[in-house]
Ligand binder design. Structure first.
Ligand code: PLP
Length: 366
């Protein structure tokens, strides 16, 4: 299974892909899907109509399996930020409410909630991270008051891979009737997740990291029990029906998350995402997680042995405090990386190999 997964990624040339928490290479299945639809649109045009919609629907079904929700609860957007904006700008917030988030959130989660609080008069409560940028649930729990309406956090943080234990949090949010929103961008497809079992009200994420598919797809999964509360932001033919319906002014929105997709979709990107998600489902998330943790542990251990200070939180992300020439050395191999928070962020995926990690450690050792 793992060998088949690894064989899905391009390995010719000497480039090292170790910024998968930034932008991962896409799988062969995703690439083939883009070629497939490119060719069919080129040759058949309108005659593809039914088939491409069916394939988009297939992507939605596959993604729902990965998230652990119903397919009717998923809507596609252009980015994580647009999916979160849909949710938070139509969430019923008032000046009496409080929204809780971490002090190290990625801007696509932080800024929409910050703006929604500004517009509604709600108070944004920013919780300080623990030592070494850890994100223990207890720190969030301490900030809950009778005014807490929403907790909006990332499951896995983008700087250091710090994980917040969502299930521990949802035990309290369910009891206190607090809406729990989770940005799953840095964890979905990498660690096992289940929106329903974990008691999460809504999640958002995107295509281009651990889901190894092209940039340009965000998604929102909203529990059906909240569907009536959140009005669609973008409005068009598909909010109510399809492009074949006659235009009139009696507009009844769809009852599921499809109401959030106002018009025509990014077919190439969404179907490519579906192909990569199918690959993940076939490989299984625990197999991917085991390999990622094995590789990131070798990397962490090697860096520590070389005397680097490392932030590591049992996810893919290994963030180390660089020496003057570390970035230059990595660039020269060449290996991609990101400068994030405390240092340099490296983030192996399951398609990486032991040799990739050895090359990085060798470059950083001299
Ligand atoms: C936690 C998290 N959420 C979302 C994103 C991506 O957001 P968007 O799709 O809006 O570019 C990132 C990318 O770095 C991220 O780390």
């Amino acid at each position: 299974m793992l060998e088949n997964y690894k064989s899905e990624f391009y390995r010719t040339g000497n480039r090292l892909h170790l910024n998968n928490a930034g932008l991962a290479p896409i799988s062969k299945s995703a690439r083939d899907k883009i070629h497939y639809w490119g060719e069919r649109f080129y040759q058949e045009g309108f005659y593809t109509d039914h088939d491409y919609m069916f394939d988009v629907q297939h992507s939605r079904t596959s993604l729902s399996k990965l998230i652990g929700c119903d397919q009717e609860e998923i809507a596609f957007f252009q980015s994580t930020a647009s999916a979160i904006s849909q949710l938070c700008f139509h969430f019923p917030l008032s000046s009496a409410d409080e929204v809780i988030t971490w002090d190290q959130e990625y801007a696509s989660n932080l800024y929409p909630w910050q703006e929604a609080c500004k517009r509604s008069g709600a108070k944004l409560i920013i919780v300080s991270s623990g030592e070494n940028l850890t994100t223990p649930v207890e720190r969030i729990l301490e900030k809950i008051t009778s005014n807490t309406k929403v907790i909006a956090i990332s499951w896995v943080q983008f700087l250091t891979g710090s994980i917040t234990v969502i299930k521990a949090l949802s035990e309290i949010t369910k009891e206190k009737n607090i809406f729990l929103f989770v940005d799953v961008m840095q964890g979905l497809g990498l660690h096992p997740f289940n929106m329903k079992d974990w008691g999460v009200d809504a999640v958002a994420g995107g295509s281009h990291k651990w889901l190894t598919s092209p940039v340009g797809v965000g998604f929102l999964a909203l529990d059906m029990k909240h569907m009536n509360i959140i009005k669609p932001h973008n409005i068009g033919a598909y909010t109510f029906g399809t492009c074949d319906d006659p235009t009139d002014l009696i507009c009844t929105p769809k009852r599921d998350a499809l109401k959030f997709e106002a018009g025509s979709k990014q077919v190439l990107e969404i179907t490519a995402l579906g192909a990569s998600v199918d690959l993940i489902l076939k490989t299984t998330v625990p197999v991917i997680e085991k390999e990622v943790l094995r590789l990131s542990n070798i990397l962490k251990k090697g860096l520590l042995e070389l005397g680097y200070k490392v932030h590591y939180n049992n996810s893919s992300i290994v963030n180390f405090f660089p020496r003057t020439d570390s970035a230059l050395k990595l660039t020269s191999i060449p290996c991609n990386f990101a400068i994030r928070g405390p240092g340099i962020r490296l983030s192996p995926h399951a398609f990486n190999t032991d040799q990739d990690i050895e090359r990085v450690l060798k470059a950083l050792s001299n």
